[in-house]
Design a protein around this ligand. Sequence first.
Ligand code: ZN
Length: 115
Amino acid sequence: MKTELLELLELPRKLVHGELDVENCPHNGFFDLRDHTCVDCPQGPECYWLCRNDEFASLDKHQTDDLVKALDFAHTYIHAAIIRWDHKIDHCSCSVCQWYRRARSTLEKHSPQPR
Ligand SMILES: [Zn+2]
């Protein structure tokens, strides 16, 4: 189960990384909770997510609950991206839409309430 979560976090990590504007970031994309420029940054939530969930954060040591939360955030993020791209979420065969459908069913297994 945990392996599945770790694997699912790979694609959003690449996407978020690709979309972050690190060149104009005073911290080079390393989120700092104590710095108000990070807290007020429009990219703040994605940046914070990425710093907590990148490959250097030794994700395999995280609790399953944390990974589910991380996946939940990614799921919302990817959903917004798919809407922006105007893909047919339930039928599209691109890797991102396929990912979304997998993530959705994985989250359903982990959460008691229906989505
Ligand atoms: Zn698609």
